[in-house]
Design a protein around this ligand. Structure first.
Ligand SMILES: C[S@@+](CC[C@H](N)C(=O)[O-])C[C@H]1O[C@@H](n2cnc3c(N)ncnc32)[C@H](O)[C@@H]1O
Length: 475
């Protein structure tokens, strides 16, 4: 559609002009590219070969859209503590100002719709059945927070926010749109610790994180970089008056510049960013909930419910009990030298990673009665090793876990011009397939008589003393 194309192009050009007026310095070796044919929106591409550590652009701190920099009257933000909510309100304000906003040309290239999980319908989310990510979306909690903290401010300042004609539903939608933009675009801003790379907005939930609460900012142009796991070749550096994007390795002409969104499992990539690539599947994890463990062991044990309860309580007292345990792929072999892009080669013979607490829990639940009595009397825990009974229980747990995923998902066939619905189907299929792969790998690793007797090879500190391990577990 040529008209839509023109609008897209024109928006990119206005944004480039705006960047110059805003005092940004942009290398003429890079350009903003139209990557819509790969469903990647805009991106930044090298026009010439780039050296390692080469400056790509510098954005003055004053050009960053933060709650502080915004022209929103500061008293409107005074009662909001969460920097995320502050920025949402500031963005609603700037958006309402339209062409009057100092960030108008920037706001124009930000998305208005998303494929992130917040926007999936109930039936689309059903495709993710079995994945723990479904419980992390917390749409209701977000709605409540917006309704309690932001809507009253907007309602008492209707003209300022151009909200006279908007219903509460419209306002909530606006909050979600800005909230999701921040989730996929904003950076955690540091003062000026040059060389340190704070991750992009790391918020797991929509709640306030009392501990780490750095100011959030929308950094024009820096947020046009896409990401693809270890294809990362650029990084944002924080200086006193500006932030600077630099290459972290040589880049060839024509190559895309990639930022680092972190070691995200596919599930979190979909939840926060609304896309998938095969390169993130190495970070996939499967959550094994305590509830599942409890129900599997009930079917596979000679212990009475009372005895199980006693062990469960003991594990809780010892600080081993968690709501869920993550199992993940082993880290890739560091010896392979070449910077290889082929994910999956680690699945041949190495074992998945099990948290120590999980192995200790299995060992405790399967210990002979006398052993457990002794452990408890001495206030000790077993070693995080897989003895045969724990090995059998683990196999049963993994098998039960695998059965929680849907069996009727269409295969993840990638089509060039897939519809949005088709794309979400592909994402769901990849997400589920990735988690199932973690489980298959784990089950495969447990199978075979040779493996049964030997403890699971863990990557870290196998020579840890029992004592130091327990200290760590207890914290
Ligand atoms: C920080 S923005 C990057 C700029 C974005 N492409 C744009 O046009 O505005 C993050 C969003 O870009 C998209 N994205 C990033 N990396 C991608 C990739 N490797 N493939 C496809 N889409 C990607 C996702 O929609 C994500 O939510």
């Amino acid at each position: 559609d040529t008209m839509a194309n023109d609008v897209f192009q024109a928006a990119t050009e206005s944004f480039s002009v705006w960047l110059q007026h805003a005092g940004a310095k942009v290398s003429d070796k890079i350009t903003i590219a139209d990557l819509r044919d790969r469903h990647a929106g805009r991106g930044v591409v090298a026009l010439q070969d780039l050296a390692e550590d080469e400056e790509l652009f510098a954005i003055p701190r004053a050009a960053i859209l933060t709650a502080e920099n915004s022209d929103i009257p500061s008293q409107l933000l005074a009662d909001i503590e969460d920097p995320w909510l502050q920025l949402i309100l500031a963005m609603i304000f700037e958006n309402a100002r339209g062409s009057q906003s100092r960030w108008s040309a920037y706001l124009n290239i930000l998305p208005t719709s998303f494929d992130t999980l917040m926007f999936w319908s109930t039936s689309e989310l059903q495709m993710l059945q079995g994945s723990a990510v479904v419980d992390k979306i917390s749409r209701e909690a977000a709605d409540r927070t917006f309704a309690e903290q932001l809507l009253p401010i907007v309602r008492s300042n209707q003209e300022i926010f151009q909200a006279q004609a908007l219903g509460d539903g419209d306002l909530l939608a606006l909050c979600h749109r800005m909230g999701s933009t921040i989730m996929a675009y904003a950076f955690d801003l540091e003062k000026s610790t040059e060389g340190q790379q704070p991750p992009q907005a790391q918020d797991e939930e929509w709640e306030v994180d009392e501990e780490e609460n750095p100011a959030k900012g929308m950094v024009p142009l820096a947020d046009l970089l896409n990401a693809d796991a270890d294809r990362n070749n650029a990084k944002l550096f924080y200086q006193e008056d500006q932030v600077v994007m630099k290459t972290i390795k040589p880049v060839l002409r024509g190559e895309e510049l990639f930022n680092d969104y972190g070691a995200l499992p596919t599930a979190d990539l979909v939840r926060r960013y609304g896309y998938v690539t095969p390169n993130y599947t190495r970070y996939d994890v499967v959550e094994i909930s305590a509830d599942l463990i409890r129900s599997t062991i009930s079917k596979n044990t000679d212990l009475s419910n009372t005895e199980l309860d006693e062990r469960w309580t003991y594990l809780d007292d010892q600080g081993v009990l968690d709501d869920a345990y993550d199992i993940s792929h082993p880290p890739p072999h560091s010896s392979s030298g070449e910077n290889n892009n082929n994910q999956g080669d680690e699945e041949e013979d190495s074992q998945p990673q099990y948290p120590d607490e999980f192995l200790i829990l299995l060992a405790t639940l399967t210990a002979p009665k006398e052993t457990f009595t002794t452990l408890k009397r001495k206030s000790k825990l077993p070693k995080p090793h897989l003895e045969p009974p724990a090995h059998h229980l683990l196999t049963a747990i993994l098998t039960d876990r695998l059965a929680m995923y849907p069996t009727n998902l269409p295969p993840a066939i990638h089509e060039e011009n897939s519809s949005p619905i088709q794309r979400r189907r592909e994402m769901a299929a990849q997400l589920i397939a990735g988690e199932e792969r973690v489980l298959h790998e784990a089950i495969h690793g447990l199978a075979g008589p040779a493996r049964q007797a030997s403890p699971v090879k863990r990557m870290a500190d196998d020579d840890d003393s029992d004592q130091s391990r327990r200290t760590r577990v207890k914290r």
